[in-house]
Design a protein around this ligand. Structure first.
Ligand SMILES: NC(=O)c1ccc[n+]([C@@H]2O[C@H](COP(=O)([O-])OP(=O)(O)OC[C@H]3O[C@@H](n4cnc5c(N)ncnc54)[C@H](O)[C@@H]3O)[C@@H](O)[C@H]2O)c1
Length: 354
């Protein structure tokens, strides 16, 4: 494909869709001719904000908008696999919001459909593009930490009653609600990406005081394949507002703590044999990254993949890895036992809440 404008379509015009629409508007070479939402009020608000042709039915959008290059799936998480497969079968490249799907079986179906149809599949995990976390991955790969003893992911957020009231799926276990699947998956993905394969997980979750069926707090211990340990603390219950999303890595010759309220900020950066904190901040263009940059980077990556005939940076198989960890955490909670990864066949097909 030459450097013609990339035509995106969006299905699901809620909260996530607006981030994509803003990012598309800011990117030269990206256009958004069409969008779809089943809810007429949501669709009307969206089409008033952005100059798109609006559809109520996704099948109709795919039928009429034959020129689209990429469909962005921003519907509730339980619909990702089915809608991604519909788009792939129409020859569209697929950019699917996290999580890739809600079961490993659905994730596989989506991946295989995209492979069969010869279209690209990428998962929206914007943290993968944050400069500080990319630098940290280089440090781990370059052995700059020495042996790692452990890493932690802390997601101390506030999601209030209104957040859950706006969209019913956010409350439900089997529709992708819950702080682990819906919020902490971003940090879990970074942990898994940087620390490598997870051997086993042990988790506890609870629903303390949000009016939801899914968990509002989840704690977990992980063992990585190289023997290092991991700790996850995830909560949507924090009073009175979100405190932090922080990831910390502790090694023989290095310590790095990245996060804070703005997610990508370098808090601690201490190495025996690597660039110092000031250099790291310069490389990452500042101590904190402006919000909203993440979705832009994800879209630009897909555009470059099309223009330069390459694969996107975060393909479906990558998105499946953090999904497997989260499903392992739920399985551990249900069985009250540690769970080994990869998940076995029954666990791969298990739906949450069963
Ligand atoms: N990457 C991120 O930072 C990020 C942030 C927020 C949400 N998300 C993800 O984006 C997805 C959507 O989340 P949200 O907060 O925008 O939800 P939302 O409820 O605000 O929006 C979802 C929209 O999908 C529409 N929809 C439902 N079924 C449909 C159908 N069959 N056809 C067309 N439209 C349909 C709903 O009417 C709704 O407007 C979720 O998977 C969530 O995990 C990702």
């Amino acid at each position: 494909m030459t450097a013609a404008a990339v035509k995106f379509g969006i299905v699901g015009c809620g909260h996530a869709a607006r981030r994509h629409a803003e990012a598309i508007a800011s990117l030269p070479g990206a256009v958004l001719p069409a969008a779809c939402d089943i809810d007429p009020g949501v669709l009307e608000s969206f089409t008033q904000l952005y100059p798109v042709r609006g559809y109520r039915d996704f099948g109709e959008l795919l039928e009429k908008e034959k020129d689209l290059d990429v469909v962005i799936i921003c519907t509730p998480s339980g619909l990702h696999a089915e809608m991604g497969i519909m788009a792939a079968c129409r020859g569209k490249n697929v950019l699917v919001e996290k999580p890739l799907a809600l079961t490993m079986a659905d994730a596989d179906r989506l991946i295989h459909a995209c492979e069969k149809e010869g279209v690209r599949l990428s998962v929206v995990l914007p943290n993968r593009f944050r400069p500080a976390w990319r630098l940290l991955k280089l440090a781990v790969e370059g052995g700059k930490f020495g042996r790692l003893s452990h890493a932690t992911a802390t997601v101390r957020w506030n999601r209030d009653h209104a957040y859950y009231g706006r969209s019913a799926w956010r409350s439900k276990k089997d529709e992708g609600g819950g702080v682990l699947m819906n919020q902490a998956i971003h940090s879990i993905d970074v942990l898994r990406w940087i620390m490598g394969r997870v051997d086993s997980v042990f988790a506890q979750t609870a629903t303390r005081y949000r009016p939801i069926e899914a968990e509002d707090v989840g704690l977990a211990v992980l063992r990585f394949a190289d023997g290092a340990l991991g700790l996850i603390e995830a909560a949507s219950t924090v009073y009175p507002r979100s405190l932090e999303e922080t990831i910390a890595f502790f090694g023989e010759r290095g310590t790095a703590v990245i996060g804070g309220t703005g997610a990508g900020g370098i808090k601690t950066w201490a190495f025996n044999d690597f660039i110092d904190r000031e250099q790291a901040i310069r490389v990452c263009s500042g101590p904190d990254e402006p919000s909203g940059q993440g979705h832009r980077a994800v879209l630009l990556d897909m555009m470059n993949a099309l223009w330069h005939d390459r694969r996107p940076a975060v393909e479906g198989r990558e998105g499946k890895k953090s999904l497997e960890v989260v499903l392992g955490l739920y399985h551990s909670t249900q069985t009250r036992r540690p769970v080994s990864l990869p998940l076995n066949l029954d666990e791969r097909y298990a739906r949450r809440g069963e």
